[in-house]
Write a new protein. Structure first.
Length: 98
């Protein structure tokens, strides 16, 4: 539903179509960074959804969700800095993984 509505808008509105074609002018490393971040986000949403459905205490799942979110943010920062050359240097890595 949402995807079809979005596709219909981008194909029918000339201004949106122009912006959609502009994505081919963006550097591939920025597109990869955005795609990688979205994949991590979707993985986290799926993991949390299954956790809530299989565990009886939501407060524990909520705490684990916060921890996983921090971990995925750290992993994204490391990958984007070391592989793509984007972002700041991560400091005190041993403390953050402890």
């Amino acid at each position: 539903g949402n995807g079809l509505a979005c596709a219909a808008l981008f194909t029918s509105v000339p201004g949106l179509r122009k912006h959609a074609w502009g994505i081919f002018k963006v550097s591939r490393r920025y597109l990869f960074a955005a795609l990688f971040g979205e994949c991590l986000s979707l993985f986290g949403v799926g993991l949390v959804t299954f956790s809530y459905s299989s565990f009886y205490e939501p407060s524990v799942v909520n705490a684990a969700e916060g921890g996983l979110q921090q971990l995925f943010n750290l992993l994204f920062a490391l990958v984007s800095r070391h592989i793509l050359g984007l972002g700041r240097q991560v400091e005190q890595l041993q403390v953050k993984f402890a």
